[in-house]
Design a protein around this ligand. Structure first.
Ligand code: ADP
Ligand code: ASP
Ligand code: MG
Length: 440
Protein backbone atom coordinates (compact mmCIF):
# COMPACT_ATOMS: atom_id res chain seq x y z
CA UNK A 1 0.00 0.00 0.00
CA UNK A 2 1.28 3.47 -0.89
CA UNK A 3 1.50 6.26 1.68
CA UNK A 4 0.61 9.74 0.42
CA UNK A 5 1.21 12.86 2.47
CA UNK A 6 -0.47 16.16 1.67
CA UNK A 7 0.95 19.34 3.19
CA UNK A 8 -0.66 22.48 4.57
CA UNK A 9 -1.27 24.27 1.28
CA UNK A 10 -2.56 21.07 -0.34
CA UNK A 11 -5.39 20.94 2.23
CA UNK A 12 -5.40 24.71 2.83
CA UNK A 13 -8.85 25.52 1.40
CA UNK A 14 -12.08 23.69 0.53
CA UNK A 15 -11.11 23.84 -3.18
CA UNK A 16 -7.73 22.29 -2.45
CA UNK A 17 -9.32 19.58 -0.29
CA UNK A 18 -11.57 18.77 -3.23
CA UNK A 19 -8.53 18.54 -5.49
CA UNK A 20 -6.87 16.14 -3.03
CA UNK A 21 -10.02 14.01 -2.89
CA UNK A 22 -10.19 13.80 -6.68
CA UNK A 23 -6.52 12.96 -6.84
CA UNK A 24 -6.61 10.10 -4.35
CA UNK A 25 -10.03 8.59 -5.11
CA UNK A 26 -8.97 6.19 -7.88
CA UNK A 27 -10.22 3.04 -6.13
CA UNK A 28 -6.71 1.89 -5.15
CA UNK A 29 -6.22 1.31 -1.42
CA UNK A 30 -3.88 3.87 0.14
CA UNK A 31 -2.92 5.51 3.41
CA UNK A 32 -3.18 9.29 3.39
CA UNK A 33 -1.36 11.51 5.90
CA UNK A 34 -2.61 15.08 6.23
CA UNK A 35 -1.08 18.22 7.69
CA UNK A 36 -3.08 20.98 9.32
CA UNK A 37 -4.61 23.51 6.92
CA UNK A 38 -1.95 26.11 6.07
CA UNK A 39 -1.59 28.88 8.64
CA UNK A 40 -3.22 26.85 11.39
CA UNK A 41 -0.13 25.55 13.18
CA UNK A 42 1.43 29.03 13.09
CA UNK A 43 -1.78 30.43 14.60
CA UNK A 44 -1.79 27.73 17.30
CA UNK A 45 1.87 28.46 18.11
CA UNK A 46 0.98 32.12 18.49
CA UNK A 47 -1.95 31.30 20.78
CA UNK A 48 0.32 29.09 22.92
CA UNK A 49 2.92 31.86 23.12
CA UNK A 50 0.30 34.28 24.45
CA UNK A 51 -0.80 31.70 27.01
CA UNK A 52 2.80 31.14 28.13
CA UNK A 53 3.06 34.90 28.61
CA UNK A 54 -0.23 34.79 30.57
CA UNK A 55 -1.78 37.11 28.00
CA UNK A 56 -5.12 35.34 28.04
CA UNK A 57 -7.14 38.13 26.42
CA UNK A 58 -5.00 38.29 23.29
CA UNK A 59 -4.95 34.48 23.13
CA UNK A 60 -8.77 34.48 23.20
CA UNK A 61 -8.95 37.01 20.35
CA UNK A 62 -6.72 34.77 18.21
CA UNK A 63 -8.70 31.66 19.16
CA UNK A 64 -11.88 33.47 18.10
CA UNK A 65 -10.53 34.46 14.69
CA UNK A 66 -9.17 30.97 13.98
CA UNK A 67 -12.53 29.48 14.90
CA UNK A 68 -14.32 31.93 12.60
CA UNK A 69 -12.03 30.83 9.75
CA UNK A 70 -13.00 27.21 10.32
CA UNK A 71 -16.72 28.02 10.45
CA UNK A 72 -16.37 29.43 6.96
CA UNK A 73 -14.41 26.35 5.81
CA UNK A 74 -17.27 24.11 6.98
CA UNK A 75 -19.81 26.19 5.13
CA UNK A 76 -17.83 26.09 1.91
CA UNK A 77 -16.64 22.48 2.14
CA UNK A 78 -19.84 20.58 2.84
CA UNK A 79 -23.06 20.51 0.88
CA UNK A 80 -25.43 18.47 3.04
CA UNK A 81 -26.87 19.68 6.35
CA UNK A 82 -25.81 16.43 7.95
CA UNK A 83 -22.13 16.89 7.03
CA UNK A 84 -22.25 20.57 7.99
CA UNK A 85 -23.57 19.52 11.39
CA UNK A 86 -20.76 17.01 11.82
CA UNK A 87 -18.25 19.67 10.77
CA UNK A 88 -19.61 22.08 13.39
CA UNK A 89 -19.25 19.35 16.02
CA UNK A 90 -15.62 18.65 15.04
CA UNK A 91 -14.71 22.34 15.32
CA UNK A 92 -16.66 22.79 18.54
CA UNK A 93 -14.85 19.96 20.26
CA UNK A 94 -11.36 21.13 19.19
CA UNK A 95 -11.99 24.75 20.15
CA UNK A 96 -13.38 23.67 23.51
CA UNK A 97 -10.11 21.82 24.08
CA UNK A 98 -8.08 24.90 23.08
CA UNK A 99 -10.16 27.18 25.34
CA UNK A 100 -9.80 24.79 28.27
CA UNK A 101 -6.15 25.95 28.49
CA UNK A 102 -7.00 29.62 28.83
CA UNK A 103 -7.43 29.21 32.57
CA UNK A 104 -5.12 27.54 35.06
CA UNK A 105 -1.49 26.55 34.60
CA UNK A 106 -0.22 26.36 31.03
CA UNK A 107 2.61 23.89 30.45
CA UNK A 108 4.24 21.89 27.65
CA UNK A 109 1.48 19.30 27.58
CA UNK A 110 -1.07 22.10 27.15
CA UNK A 111 0.96 23.57 24.33
CA UNK A 112 1.35 20.24 22.54
CA UNK A 113 -2.36 19.54 22.91
CA UNK A 114 -3.16 22.90 21.34
CA UNK A 115 -0.68 22.37 18.49
CA UNK A 116 -2.24 18.98 17.72
CA UNK A 117 -5.66 20.47 16.97
CA UNK A 118 -4.68 21.53 13.44
CA UNK A 119 -4.10 17.98 12.22
CA UNK A 120 -6.98 16.60 14.30
CA UNK A 121 -9.37 19.05 12.63
CA UNK A 122 -8.08 18.70 9.04
CA UNK A 123 -8.24 14.90 9.08
CA UNK A 124 -11.71 14.73 10.60
CA UNK A 125 -13.10 17.30 8.17
CA UNK A 126 -11.45 15.59 5.22
CA UNK A 127 -12.72 12.14 6.23
CA UNK A 128 -16.25 13.52 6.53
CA UNK A 129 -15.83 15.22 3.17
CA UNK A 130 -14.81 11.89 1.61
CA UNK A 131 -17.90 10.24 3.14
CA UNK A 132 -20.18 12.99 1.90
CA UNK A 133 -18.85 12.32 -1.60
CA UNK A 134 -19.45 8.58 -1.34
CA UNK A 135 -15.88 7.41 -0.73
CA UNK A 136 -14.99 4.57 1.57
CA UNK A 137 -12.62 6.39 3.97
CA UNK A 138 -11.63 5.53 7.55
CA UNK A 139 -9.81 7.74 10.02
CA UNK A 140 -6.84 6.11 11.79
CA UNK A 141 -6.03 8.05 15.00
CA UNK A 142 -2.26 8.70 14.86
CA UNK A 143 -2.15 8.93 18.64
CA UNK A 144 -2.94 5.19 18.74
CA UNK A 145 0.35 4.24 17.07
CA UNK A 146 2.73 7.16 16.49
CA UNK A 147 5.17 6.97 19.41
CA UNK A 148 8.39 8.71 20.42
CA UNK A 149 10.82 7.59 23.14
CA UNK A 150 12.47 9.40 26.09
CA UNK A 151 14.92 11.08 23.71
CA UNK A 152 11.99 12.26 21.58
CA UNK A 153 13.13 9.96 18.76
CA UNK A 154 10.52 8.10 16.77
CA UNK A 155 10.12 4.55 18.04
CA UNK A 156 9.81 2.66 14.75
CA UNK A 157 9.58 -0.87 16.22
CA UNK A 158 6.69 0.25 18.46
CA UNK A 159 5.00 2.13 15.63
CA UNK A 160 5.23 -1.01 13.48
CA UNK A 161 3.71 -3.10 16.27
CA UNK A 162 0.90 -0.68 17.04
CA UNK A 163 -0.20 0.37 13.57
CA UNK A 164 -1.02 -3.11 12.31
CA UNK A 165 -4.02 -3.76 14.63
CA UNK A 166 -5.25 -0.20 14.02
CA UNK A 167 -5.34 -0.84 10.27
CA UNK A 168 -6.92 -4.25 10.78
CA UNK A 169 -9.60 -2.78 13.05
CA UNK A 170 -10.43 -0.24 10.34
CA UNK A 171 -11.44 -3.14 8.10
CA UNK A 172 -11.11 -3.17 4.35
CA UNK A 173 -11.64 0.55 3.75
CA UNK A 174 -10.13 1.87 0.54
CA UNK A 175 -8.76 5.12 1.94
CA UNK A 176 -7.12 5.30 5.35
CA UNK A 177 -6.68 8.87 6.58
CA UNK A 178 -4.40 9.83 9.46
CA UNK A 179 -2.80 12.85 11.11
CA UNK A 180 0.74 13.90 10.35
CA UNK A 181 2.96 15.61 12.92
CA UNK A 182 1.28 14.44 16.16
CA UNK A 183 2.43 11.60 18.38
CA UNK A 184 2.52 10.32 21.95
CA UNK A 185 5.71 10.59 24.03
CA UNK A 186 7.25 8.26 26.59
CA UNK A 187 5.13 9.83 29.37
CA UNK A 188 1.98 8.98 27.44
CA UNK A 189 1.38 12.68 26.70
CA UNK A 190 0.51 14.20 23.36
CA UNK A 191 3.60 15.52 21.56
CA UNK A 192 4.78 16.19 18.00
CA UNK A 193 7.56 15.46 15.53
CA UNK A 194 8.56 19.16 15.32
CA UNK A 195 7.53 21.68 12.70
CA UNK A 196 7.07 20.20 9.26
CA UNK A 197 6.80 16.77 10.90
CA UNK A 198 4.03 15.37 8.71
CA UNK A 199 6.62 14.36 6.12
CA UNK A 200 8.35 12.35 8.80
CA UNK A 201 5.03 10.75 9.84
CA UNK A 202 4.54 9.57 6.26
CA UNK A 203 8.00 8.09 6.07
CA UNK A 204 7.67 6.36 9.45
CA UNK A 205 4.32 4.87 8.47
CA UNK A 206 5.74 3.85 5.10
CA UNK A 207 8.56 2.00 6.84
CA UNK A 208 6.22 0.53 9.48
CA UNK A 209 3.85 -1.01 6.92
CA UNK A 210 6.52 -1.88 4.32
CA UNK A 211 4.92 0.46 1.87
CA UNK A 212 5.85 0.21 -1.80
CA UNK A 213 6.22 4.00 -2.11
CA UNK A 214 6.01 7.15 -0.01
CA UNK A 215 4.66 10.19 -1.82
CA UNK A 216 5.07 13.71 -0.46
CA UNK A 217 2.54 15.99 -2.18
CA UNK A 218 3.25 19.68 -1.75
CA UNK A 219 2.92 23.08 -3.42
CA UNK A 220 5.97 22.90 -5.70
CA UNK A 221 7.03 20.58 -8.53
CA UNK A 222 9.63 18.59 -6.64
CA UNK A 223 13.00 19.21 -5.07
CA UNK A 224 14.77 22.24 -6.53
CA UNK A 225 18.51 22.78 -6.72
CA UNK A 226 18.29 25.88 -4.50
CA UNK A 227 15.78 27.49 -2.16
CA UNK A 228 13.11 29.15 -4.35
CA UNK A 229 12.12 31.41 -1.48
CA UNK A 230 15.45 33.22 -1.69
CA UNK A 231 16.90 32.56 -5.11
CA UNK A 232 15.77 33.07 -8.69
CA UNK A 233 16.17 30.49 -11.46
CA UNK A 234 16.09 27.36 -9.35
CA UNK A 235 15.65 24.10 -11.23
CA UNK A 236 13.78 20.92 -10.41
CA UNK A 237 15.86 17.80 -9.74
CA UNK A 238 14.55 14.53 -11.21
CA UNK A 239 16.53 12.04 -9.15
CA UNK A 240 18.21 12.20 -5.75
CA UNK A 241 19.85 9.48 -3.70
CA UNK A 242 18.72 8.95 -0.11
CA UNK A 243 22.06 10.33 1.05
CA UNK A 244 21.78 13.50 -1.04
CA UNK A 245 18.18 14.11 -0.01
CA UNK A 246 18.96 13.46 3.65
CA UNK A 247 21.85 15.95 3.60
CA UNK A 248 19.76 18.62 1.88
CA UNK A 249 16.79 18.12 4.20
CA UNK A 250 19.01 18.11 7.27
CA UNK A 251 20.73 21.28 6.09
CA UNK A 252 17.54 23.23 5.67
CA UNK A 253 15.69 22.37 2.44
CA UNK A 254 12.21 23.10 3.79
CA UNK A 255 10.47 20.84 1.28
CA UNK A 256 11.34 17.85 3.50
CA UNK A 257 11.41 17.54 7.29
CA UNK A 258 15.07 16.86 8.22
CA UNK A 259 14.47 13.25 9.24
CA UNK A 260 12.05 12.21 6.50
CA UNK A 261 14.49 10.20 4.44
CA UNK A 262 15.87 8.04 7.25
CA UNK A 263 13.05 5.49 7.76
CA UNK A 264 12.55 5.21 4.01
CA UNK A 265 16.24 4.55 3.47
CA UNK A 266 16.33 1.80 6.10
CA UNK A 267 13.57 -0.08 4.28
CA UNK A 268 14.70 1.03 0.81
CA UNK A 269 11.30 2.56 0.00
CA UNK A 270 11.27 5.12 -2.84
CA UNK A 271 10.15 8.62 -1.87
CA UNK A 272 8.44 10.62 -4.59
CA UNK A 273 7.83 14.38 -4.35
CA UNK A 274 4.76 15.61 -6.25
CA UNK A 275 2.91 18.86 -6.82
CA UNK A 276 -0.74 18.79 -5.69
CA UNK A 277 -1.49 21.81 -7.89
CA UNK A 278 -0.01 20.08 -10.94
CA UNK A 279 -0.35 16.32 -10.43
CA UNK A 280 0.63 15.32 -13.95
CA UNK A 281 4.02 16.98 -13.60
CA UNK A 282 6.82 14.49 -13.29
CA UNK A 283 8.53 14.29 -9.96
CA UNK A 284 11.64 14.14 -7.92
CA UNK A 285 12.33 10.51 -7.12
CA UNK A 286 14.50 9.67 -4.12
CA UNK A 287 15.99 6.15 -4.11
CA UNK A 288 19.21 4.34 -3.31
CA UNK A 289 20.69 5.46 -6.61
CA UNK A 290 22.42 8.70 -7.32
CA UNK A 291 22.59 9.75 -10.92
CA UNK A 292 26.24 10.33 -10.40
CA UNK A 293 28.28 13.13 -11.55
CA UNK A 294 26.74 16.46 -10.83
CA UNK A 295 26.64 18.96 -8.08
CA UNK A 296 23.03 18.53 -7.11
CA UNK A 297 21.82 21.34 -4.97
CA UNK A 298 22.42 23.73 -2.14
CA UNK A 299 20.48 24.26 1.07
CA UNK A 300 20.82 26.57 4.04
CA UNK A 301 20.21 26.04 7.72
CA UNK A 302 19.68 29.12 9.92
CA UNK A 303 19.84 29.78 13.65
CA UNK A 304 23.30 28.31 14.02
CA UNK A 305 25.57 29.19 16.93
CA UNK A 306 29.26 28.57 16.72
CA UNK A 307 31.69 28.16 19.59
CA UNK A 308 35.43 28.57 19.13
CA UNK A 309 37.47 27.12 21.99
CA UNK A 310 41.19 27.88 22.21
CA UNK A 311 43.03 25.38 24.30
CA UNK A 312 44.26 26.91 27.55
CA UNK A 313 47.25 24.59 27.44
CA UNK A 314 50.13 24.53 25.06
CA UNK A 315 50.37 23.08 21.56
CA UNK A 316 50.08 19.32 21.07
CA UNK A 317 48.11 18.79 24.27
CA UNK A 318 46.10 15.62 23.82
CA UNK A 319 42.65 14.91 25.19
CA UNK A 320 41.46 18.44 24.44
CA UNK A 321 39.05 17.46 21.64
CA UNK A 322 37.68 14.55 23.65
CA UNK A 323 37.01 16.84 26.59
CA UNK A 324 35.20 19.40 24.47
CA UNK A 325 33.11 16.77 22.63
CA UNK A 326 32.27 15.13 25.95
CA UNK A 327 30.48 18.26 27.12
CA UNK A 328 28.27 18.35 24.01
CA UNK A 329 27.55 14.66 24.43
CA UNK A 330 26.60 15.16 28.08
CA UNK A 331 23.95 17.71 27.04
CA UNK A 332 22.77 15.59 24.06
CA UNK A 333 23.52 18.48 21.75
CA UNK A 334 24.37 17.44 18.18
CA UNK A 335 27.27 19.14 16.44
CA UNK A 336 26.95 19.93 12.73
CA UNK A 337 30.25 21.40 11.54
CA UNK A 338 33.72 21.11 13.01
CA UNK A 339 37.02 22.73 12.13
CA UNK A 340 40.20 22.44 14.09
CA UNK A 341 43.60 24.04 14.19
CA UNK A 342 46.57 23.21 16.33
CA UNK A 343 45.23 25.10 19.35
CA UNK A 344 41.55 25.70 18.72
CA UNK A 345 38.33 23.99 17.70
CA UNK A 346 35.22 25.59 16.21
CA UNK A 347 31.90 23.75 16.38
CA UNK A 348 28.39 24.61 15.28
CA UNK A 349 25.11 23.68 16.94
CA UNK A 350 21.51 24.52 16.18
CA UNK A 351 20.04 23.40 19.47
CA UNK A 352 20.95 26.06 21.99
CA UNK A 353 18.80 24.74 24.83
CA UNK A 354 21.86 23.93 26.99
CA UNK A 355 24.29 26.45 25.49
CA UNK A 356 24.77 28.23 28.81
CA UNK A 357 25.63 25.02 30.66
CA UNK A 358 27.86 23.84 27.79
CA UNK A 359 29.80 27.12 27.80
CA UNK A 360 30.31 26.99 31.54
CA UNK A 361 31.83 23.53 31.23
CA UNK A 362 34.03 24.07 28.17
CA UNK A 363 35.43 27.29 29.58
CA UNK A 364 37.38 25.03 31.92
CA UNK A 365 39.37 23.77 28.91
CA UNK A 366 40.12 27.09 27.28
CA UNK A 367 38.99 30.45 26.11
CA UNK A 368 35.57 30.33 24.38
CA UNK A 369 34.09 32.72 21.82
CA UNK A 370 30.46 32.40 20.66
CA UNK A 371 28.95 33.77 17.43
CA UNK A 372 25.21 33.62 16.86
CA UNK A 373 22.86 34.20 13.91
CA UNK A 374 24.96 32.16 11.55
CA UNK A 375 23.84 30.02 8.59
CA UNK A 376 25.30 26.79 7.26
CA UNK A 377 25.22 26.66 3.47
CA UNK A 378 25.60 23.10 2.30
CA UNK A 379 26.41 22.14 -1.29
CA UNK A 380 25.46 18.55 -2.06
CA UNK A 381 26.38 16.20 -4.87
CA UNK A 382 28.95 13.67 -5.86
CA UNK A 383 31.72 16.14 -5.21
CA UNK A 384 34.64 13.78 -5.78
CA UNK A 385 33.54 12.72 -9.22
CA UNK A 386 33.12 16.34 -10.22
CA UNK A 387 35.79 17.89 -12.33
CA UNK A 388 38.99 18.86 -10.58
CA UNK A 389 38.86 22.47 -9.49
CA UNK A 390 35.38 22.21 -8.09
CA UNK A 391 36.46 23.60 -4.74
CA UNK A 392 38.07 26.60 -6.39
CA UNK A 393 34.86 27.18 -8.37
CA UNK A 394 32.90 27.25 -5.11
CA UNK A 395 35.38 29.52 -3.36
CA UNK A 396 35.62 31.86 -6.35
CA UNK A 397 31.83 32.11 -6.30
CA UNK A 398 31.98 33.09 -2.66
CA UNK A 399 34.53 35.83 -3.23
CA UNK A 400 33.70 38.78 -0.96
CA UNK A 401 31.46 36.77 1.37
CA UNK A 402 32.71 36.56 4.97
CA UNK A 403 33.13 32.81 5.54
CA UNK A 404 33.47 31.82 9.19
CA UNK A 405 34.07 28.07 8.72
CA UNK A 406 34.56 25.61 5.84
CA UNK A 407 33.99 21.87 5.91
CA UNK A 408 35.37 19.99 2.91
CA UNK A 409 36.43 16.38 2.62
CA UNK A 410 34.39 15.02 5.52
CA UNK A 411 32.25 13.18 3.01
CA UNK A 412 32.30 12.98 -0.75
CA UNK A 413 28.78 14.29 -0.80
CA UNK A 414 28.99 17.78 0.62
CA UNK A 415 30.90 20.98 1.12
CA UNK A 416 29.59 23.28 3.84
CA UNK A 417 30.41 26.86 4.64
CA UNK A 418 29.30 28.91 7.61
CA UNK A 419 28.33 32.52 6.91
CA UNK A 420 26.52 35.22 8.88
CA UNK A 421 22.78 34.89 8.26
CA UNK A 422 22.81 38.42 6.86
CA UNK A 423 24.85 36.96 3.94
CA UNK A 424 22.70 33.88 3.34
CA UNK A 425 20.74 35.14 0.35
CA UNK A 426 23.76 36.50 -1.49
CA UNK A 427 25.64 33.25 -0.82
CA UNK A 428 22.82 31.09 -2.19
CA UNK A 429 22.44 33.31 -5.24
CA UNK A 430 26.19 33.27 -5.92
CA UNK A 431 26.25 29.47 -5.80
CA UNK A 432 23.27 29.35 -8.16
CA UNK A 433 24.80 31.76 -10.64
CA UNK A 434 28.39 30.64 -10.55
CA UNK A 435 28.25 26.94 -9.67
CA UNK A 436 24.84 25.34 -10.29
CA UNK A 437 23.82 27.28 -13.40
CA UNK A 438 27.24 28.00 -14.84
CA UNK A 439 28.55 26.12 -17.85
CA UNK A 440 32.13 27.19 -17.43
P1 ADP B 1 4.04 21.51 2.91
O1 ADP B 1 3.12 22.42 3.65
O2 ADP B 1 3.41 20.85 1.72
O3 ADP B 1 4.75 20.55 3.80
P2 ADP B 1 6.38 23.20 2.86
O4 ADP B 1 6.10 24.66 2.85
O5 ADP B 1 6.79 22.59 4.15
O6 ADP B 1 5.13 22.45 2.23
O7 ADP B 1 7.50 22.82 1.78
C1 ADP B 1 7.38 23.26 0.44
C2 ADP B 1 8.13 24.58 0.27
O8 ADP B 1 9.53 24.37 0.52
C3 ADP B 1 8.11 25.13 -1.14
O9 ADP B 1 6.95 25.89 -1.37
C4 ADP B 1 9.39 25.97 -1.19
O10 ADP B 1 9.13 27.31 -0.97
C5 ADP B 1 10.23 25.47 -0.02
N1 ADP B 1 11.56 24.99 -0.40
C6 ADP B 1 12.71 25.30 0.25
N2 ADP B 1 13.76 24.71 -0.33
C7 ADP B 1 13.29 24.00 -1.38
C8 ADP B 1 13.88 23.18 -2.37
N3 ADP B 1 15.20 22.94 -2.40
N4 ADP B 1 13.09 22.63 -3.32
C9 ADP B 1 11.75 22.84 -3.31
N5 ADP B 1 11.13 23.60 -2.40
C10 ADP B 1 11.87 24.18 -1.44
N1 ASP C 1 1.28 21.32 10.74
C1 ASP C 1 2.66 21.10 11.13
C2 ASP C 1 3.48 22.33 10.83
O1 ASP C 1 2.95 23.30 10.28
C3 ASP C 1 3.25 19.88 10.52
C4 ASP C 1 3.36 19.88 9.01
O2 ASP C 1 2.70 20.67 8.34
O3 ASP C 1 4.12 19.06 8.48
O4 ASP C 1 4.63 22.37 11.17
MG1 MG D 1 6.38 20.79 5.12
Amino acid sequence: MKVLKFGGTSVGSPENMRAVMELIADGEQKLVVLSAMSGTTNALVEISNYLHKKNKDTACVHIGSLEAKYKKVINDLFTSDESKKKGVQIIKSSFETIRSFTSGIFNEVGENTILAQGELISTQLFTEFMHENGHDAKLLPALDFMLIDEDKSADLPQIRKKIQPVIEAAGDATYFITQGFICVNANGDIDNLQRGGSDYTASLIGAAIDSEEIQIWTDIDGFHNNDPRFVENTRKIDQLSFTEAAELAYFGAKILHPQTVLPARVQNIPVRLKNTMNPSDSRTLITEESDGTEIKAVAAKDCIDTTKTRSGRMLMAYGFLKNVFGVFEKYKTPIDMITTSEVAISLTIDNTKYLKEILEEIEVFGNVQVDSEMTIVCIVGDIISEEKGFASKVFNALDGIPIRMISYGGSRFNISVLVPTTHKKVTLQAISDKVLNSNS
